[in-house]
Design a protein around this ligand. Structure first.
Ligand code: BTN
Length: 240
């Protein structure tokens, strides 16, 4: 595993995306990002004290692209377990790729495909205290525990967990991984808005299904939703 460390960079994910001699598990770590990116084209405000990192994963030829659509979920449970190994706390997984603590976002994950590689970008609020405009919706480890953490310990622990879960995923243990994800399912039982090109509907989120889609009960009927098609929000406070 090669490690590329930066005091400041535009985005660790963009660094790996542009890298011509990329290798499996190349890892880019930054103290600060000037153009951190989140999902759906959002900015990821990247301040000092956060764990900001991306790593490359070479796509296996015998795993289909449909199977790989579960990769954000496999990454999510790895991030959750990695953080829990450092600090035992009641973390939840918010489908499809956020980690929540006390109803606030602790970590976000961005999975992108470039040629034969997935670039997995992870941001975790660790030692950053001031959440600024995000105070209402984001939380850091230090704001919860008042401790100071060694950021690279967290990064390497998360990657270690990822390697374990990914191996299990590759050998057909998805069902058990999903059970674990569902046991930490933040959205389950919550009233959510599902926003798509066809408009907005309100429903109650349920389990994450075998194929990685979210079950939502709408007017008494269970429907399955794919993250590509929808955007979830709460009725009052947007949560994604
Ligand atoms: C999200 O919640 O929308 C995903 C946020 C992902 C942020 C991380 S920080 C490291 C990596 N580099 C980026 O530009 N984005 C990801």
């Amino acid at each position: 595993m090669r490690i590329f460390r930066f005091k400041s960079i535009d985005s660790t994910s963009d660094y790996l995306k542009d890298k011509e001699d990329i290798e499996n598990f190349d890892l880019a770590i930054a103290e600060i990002q000037t153009k951190g990116r989140g999902r759906r084209g959002n900015n990821w405000v990247s301040s000092k004290g956060m764990a900001l990192f991306s790593f490359a994963l070479k796509a296996e030829k015998d795993i289909s692209i449909e199977e790989y659509s579960k990769l954000p979920l496999v990454t999510g449970i790895s991030v959750l377990r990695g953080i829990k190994r450092i600090e035992e706390m009641d973390l939840k997984f918010k489908w499809t790729n956020d980690i929540y603590l006390d109803d606030k976002k602790l970590s976000g994950i961005l999975v992108e495909k470039v040629n034969d590689f997935f670039i997995i970008g992870i941001g975790i609020n660790v030692n950053n205290k001031e959440m600024g405009v995000a105070e209402e919706i984001a939380v850091s480890l230090t704001s919860k525990t008042k401790k100071n953490y060694i950021i690279e310990d967290i990064i390497f622990t998360v990657i270690d967990e990822f390697k374990k879960y990914y191996r299990r995923f590759c050998v057909g243990e998805w069902k058990y991984i999903l059970d674990e994800i569902n046991s930490r399912n933040y959205l389950k039982g919550k009233k959510i808005n599902i926003v798509s090109t066809n408009g907005t509907v309100t429903g109650i989120a349920d389990e994450i299904a075998q194929d990685g889609r979210l079950e939502v009960e709408i007017s008494g009927t269970k429907k399955l939703f794919d993250i590509g098609e929808i955007h979830i929000s709460r009725l009052k406070n947007e949560i994604e």
